[in-house]
Write a protein that binds this ligand. Structure first.
Ligand code: FAD
Length: 450
C-alpha cells in the first residue's frame, strides 16, 4: 500500500530547521535514501523536509494559498483527504528526481503540487508562475452592468454575438446571486476584455451588440497585467507586486464548481429558469434549509470562437474547439456561517441539481467537461494505482476512466494520453483520483477497444 507524501515542485519557503526525522512516522528507508542521495549534507536536505509535529513549516506550507476551504478539513475516515506524512519542497529538477526515486523505492505515494489551484483540491498550495508584464501595452475595456429588466433578452442575444466577436474581444457574462443576506437577487454582469483602444471597442459594440449601450466612459484603459489584477479582484491601486505574495485578495470560501459546453443557443425559457434558480429564495425552496446566510451562486458564461475555432481537436489534449459557442462555469460558494459547515452537502447537491436540469441544453455524447474545473462527481480511479499489465477488459482502469471522466475532459485524445502514460509511467506510480491510466492492450483485443 502506497502512502501519501506531498511534493511542492517550487519551493516557497526555506526554513533552516534541523528536524528529528527519525521520530516521525516516515519510513526509515525513505530518510536513508534521501540522506544517501544528498550525501548526508544536512544543510541542503533539512530545509527541504517538513514533517507534521516536527517542523512548524509543515502546517503553513500545507495550508498556504488554499483556494477552497473544503480541502482544509481533513478527516481521518476520508481516504481522499488524508494529510501527507511529509512535505518535500525540492528546489531543482535533480532534487525532484531524487525525491521521486526515494518515494518509489520506499513504497510511498506522492501528491504533486504546482500552483495548488486544482478545483477538487488534488493538491494544496499556491505558487502560480510569475510572468513579466508584456513590453507592449495592451488595453482593457471593462464594462459592468447590473440588470434587473431585460437581462434574459440580452443574455439570449449574447449567445449569438459573443463567439463571433473579434478575436481581441472577450465578452463574458456572469449571473450571480450574492449570499450574506436573506434576499439575494440575481444580477447579470457583462464583463469584457478588449486588446485595443476604447474608441474602437465602442464602435465595435455598437455594430454587434447595440442593446448593451456601451459608452466610452464605461471603459477603462490599462495594461494587461493591471487587467489581471482587476479580474482577480484586487482593489484599485494595488500594484502587481501583490501577485508575488501568492495570497488571494480575499479570504478563500468553500466552493464546488462544475462546467458545461454549449453548442446550440439555450432557449429563452431555460435562461429564465436559470435566472430564477440563482436566487436564494429558490435555493431555500429546493433544499428546505433554514440557513440565514444563503450561499453565493455564480454562473459564468465564457465565449469560445476566435482562435479556439482554428485549433484542431487533436492538437492538444483539450478537445472542445470548433463549434462550441461558449462554456458555462457553475459555482456555489459559502463561508461556513452554519454550525459545523452543516449545509455544505446540501449546497453541493443544489449545484448537482442545477447541472442535471441543464442536461438537455448542453453538449452530449459525452457531456463535455474541462480538467481545469476538475469534478470528482464524474468519476474517479479505483484502488491504489496498481495496474495489472496486459489485462485489458471492459472494466479495466483505462476503460472505466474513458467512460466516466476521460472522454469528457479529453475526447478521443484520452487514448493518446493513456498511450503516452504507458510509455513514461507503465507502473502507474503517478496515480491520483483522476490521473491518466496507462493503456495496455492485448494484441488480439485491439479491435475491441472501447
Ligand atoms: C479560485 C480558482 C480560480 C480558477 N480560475 C481558473 C480560470 O480562470 N481558468 C482556468 O483555466 N482555470 C482556473 N482554475 C483552475 C486551475 O487553474 C486549474 O485547475 C489548474 O490547472 C491547476 O493547476 P495547478 O498547477 O495549480 O495544479 P495543482 O493544484 O498544484 O495540482 C497539481 C496537479 O497534479 C495532479 N496530481 C497530484 N498528485 C498526482 C499524482 N500522484 N499523480 C498524478 N497526478 C497528480 C493533480 O490532480 C493536479 O491536477 C481556477 C482554480 C481556482 C481554485
Amino acid at each position: 500500500m502506497l502512502l501519501p507524501i506531498l511534493i511542492i515542485s517550487l519551493s516557497l519557503f526555506q526554513p533552516s530547521v534541523s528536524a528529528d526525522y527519525h521520530s516521525s512516522s516516515i519510513p526509515e528507508n525513505f530518510i536513508r535514501c534521501l540522506s544517501h542521495e544528498f550525501r548526508s549534507n544536512a544543510s541542503i536536505l533539512n530545509p527541504l523536509l517538513h514533517f507534521p509535529g516536527i517542523n512548524s513549516s509543515y502546517e503553513s506550507i500545507w495550508s498556504s494559498g488554499i483556494e477552497n476551504l473544503r480541502f482544509l478539513e481533513i478527516s481521518s475516515s476520508n481516504r481522499k483527504k488524508k494529510k501527507p506524512l511529509a512535505i518535500i519542497t525540492p528546489e531543482s529538477y535533480s532534487q525532484v528526481q531524487t525525491t521521486v526515486k526515494c518515494c518509489r523505492n520506499s513504497g510511498l505515494r506522492i501528491i504533486i503540487r504546482s500552483g495548488g489551484h486544482d478545483f477538487e483540491g488534488s493538491s494544496h498550495a499556491s505558487s502560480s508562475s510569475m510572468f513579466s508584464p508584456p513590453s507592449v501595452m495592451v488595453d482593457l475595456r471593462k464594462h459592468l452592468r447590473s440588470l434587473e429588466h431585460g437581462a434574459i433578452d440580452l443574455i439570449h442575444k449574447w449567445q449569438e454575438v459573443a463567439h463571433k466577436a473579434h478575436e481581441d474581444l472577450l465578452l463574458s457574462v456572469v449571473l450571480s446571486s450574492a449570499g450574506g443576506s436573506t434576499v439575494a437577487q440575481t444580477t447579470a454582469t457583462f464583463r469584457s476584455l478588449f486588446l485595443g483602444r476604447s474608441d474602437d471597442l465602442v464602435k465595435m459594440m455598437e455594430e454587434i451588440f447595440p442593446e448593451i449601450g456601451l459608452r466610452k466612459q464605461d471603459c477603462e484603459e490599462m495594461s494587461w497585467i493591471e487587467s489581471v489584477m482587476r479580474f482577480s479582484l484586487y482593489p484599485k491601486g494595488v500594484t502587481s507586486d501583490a501577485l508575488k505574495n501568492r495570497v488571494a485578495p480575499f479570504p478563500p470560501p468553500y466552493f464546488k464548481g462544475k462546467v458545461d459546453l454549449v453548442y446550440k443557443p439555450i432557449p429563452y425559457e431555460t435562461l429564465d429558469e436559470l435566472w430564477k434558480r440563482c436566487s436564494s429564495k429558490d435555493y431555500d425552496r429546493i433544499n428546505n434549509t433554514t440557513t440565514t446566510t444563503p450561499p453565493i451562486i455564480q454562473i459564468d458564461f465564457y465565449p469560445y470562437g476566435g482562435k479556439m475555432n482554428e485549433i484542431s481537436k487533436s492538437e492538444t489534449p483539450f478537445p472542445h474547439r470548433k463549434g462550441v459557442l461558449y462554456e458555462i462555469l457553475y459555482i456555489v460558494a459559502w463561508l461556513d456561517q452554519d454550525e459545523n459547515n452543516a449545509n455544505a452537502e446540501s449546497y453541493m447537491n443544489w449545484l448537482r441539481g442545477l447541472y442535471d436540469f441543464m442536461t438537455p441544453f448542453v453538449s452530449k455524447g459525452p457531456r463535455g467537461a474541462i480538467v481545469n474545473a476538475r469534478d470528482f462527481d464524474l468519476g474517479t480511479n479505483d484502488g491504489d494505482g496498481h495496474i495489472a499489465c496486459g489485462s485489458w477488459t471492459t472494466t479495466s482502469p483505462y476503460s472505466k476512466a474513458y467512460r466516466t471522466w476521460g472522454s469528457r475532459y479529453f475526447g478521443d485524445n484520452f487514448r493518446r494520453l493513456a498511450t503516452v502514460k504507458r510509455e513514461v509511467d507503465p507502473e502507474n506510480f503517478f496515480f491520483s483520483e483522476q490521473s491518466i491510466p496507462p493503456l495496455f492492450l492485448h494484441p488480439q483485443m485491439r479491435e475491441m477497444e472501447l
